[in-house]
Design a protein. Structure first.
Length: 367
């Protein structure tokens, strides 16, 4: 698994303290070292660099939760230039110096550069061969029993730091811990991930987005992002009010196909009309379009529109226009799920409405 372990300045610190290099082939006990690898290595590493990496490893939540290390050995730098490689091999289990009784369970490669091509780190496990491109500051941890190596560099220079770790748990226990960690991480991500709110339509005085979205977005910043698609007489004012906003993005009108895709991607659809007498008996057509998507609907409306939404549309809530605190309270009542509104759509399909209107007009004329 690839982890981001070091920040940019920490990577540079490691590079600045690179020691004397030696031919990597000559570090091998085998006589055919040149056939095994072509790189340079440097065990000449300052105590400060070793301490930095050791501290970052012990403090990394994944390493701590899954590997459960009891000893970490930060061994040496290595460098691969064009055509450099390291054929697949298995590391010695015993620590250096040879007199040590410590055995290691995991190896790691910590990338220091990313401006190279080729040079993938390859692992061979029960499934087969897997390749990784280890970027700057990234850590790749692997069971030491797996054969591993570095593919030939085709461009640039690959630099890394190599080390080993011994674990307080078995591979089997670590595998279980890994699964639990990933399940928990997914749950936390889903729990913490902000929900998206979409408004699509006219941005004018009547819609009054400038009276609600800036303050609403500000107090809901940690939980919601806003996407506003459209244009109109108040777009400049809205844009000015949102100049420092971190969770609202404005977009010009889009094609019908793109609009449908935006509906699909949103978590909540937003509707707003200012509390003007002229809108007391208005029923925006946008309500029917929103309802047809099955998405949760948050509507800042009054009068007939508010009554209609509350009585006719499931998983839709209303709040008083312009009241951002009411909007925050209202949104909490929504269920972020798809709602089947087929009955509503069938009842209020355009041809059905036209049919009813025709019948009504016919009856008026007839009487």
């Amino acid at each position: 698994m690839l982890l981001q372990l070091l920040q940019e300045n920490e990577v540079q610190y490691c590079l600045d303290n690179w020691g004397t290099k030696e031919d990597g082939a000559k570090t091998q006990p085998r006589n055919d070292g040149e056939k095994l690898k072509q790189n340079t290595e440097s065990p000449d590493m300052t105590p400060e660099v070793r301490q930095l990496i050791t501290t970052r490893l012990y403090n990394n939540i994944y390493v701590d939760s899954v590997i459960c290390p009891n000893k970490i050995s930060v061994n040496f730098y290595n460098e691969y230039k064009k055509d450099g490689f390291y054929n697949k091999h298995i590391d010695l289990f015993r620590a250096s110096p040879k007199s040590s009784n410590v055995y290691f369970d995991y190896g790691f490669s910590l990338g220091l550069t990313d401006d190279y091509e080729g040079g993938e780190f390859v692992l061979e496990n029960e499934i087969g061969e897997i390749s990784y491109t280890v970027g700057k500051g990234q850590l790749l941890v692997f069971p030491i029993i797996y054969a591993h190596g570095v593919k030939p560099i085709t461009k640039g220079t690959r630099k890394a730091i190599i080390g080993w770790m011994s674990s307080n748990v078995s591979y089997e226990q670590s595998y279980i811990l890994k699964n639990l960690f990933e399940i928990n991480a997914k749950f936390v991500k889903e729990k913490d991930e902000s929900k998206s709110i979409l408004y699509a339509g006219n941005i004018g005085e009547g819609q009054g987005l400038h009276t609600i979205i800036p303050d609403f977005a500000k107090i809901a910043e940690k939980e919601y992002t806003f996407k506003v698609i459209g244009d109109g007489g108040r777009i400049q004012q809205l844009s000015k009010l949102l100049k420092d906003s971190k969770n609202v993005k404005l977009f010009p009108p889009v094609s019908r196909k793109e609009l449908i895709n935006n509906y699909r991607d949103a978590d909540i659809l937003f509707l707003h009309l200012n509390d003007y007498d002229a809108f007391e008996k208005v029923l925006p057509s946008k309500i029917f379009e929103y309802a047809a998507t099955g998405k949760p609907i948050l509507a800042g409306v009054t009068g007939y529109a508010a009554k209609f939404i509350q009585e006719k549309i499931e998983n839709a809530v209303v709040f008083h226009p312009g009241d951002h605190f009411a909007a925050v309270n209202a949104i909490k009542r929504l269920r972020i799920v798809h709602t089947d509104r087929k009955a509503f759509v069938n009842k209020y399909a355009r041809y059905k409405i036209m049919e009813l209107m025709s019948a009504s007009i016919y009856n008026i004329v007839r009487n």
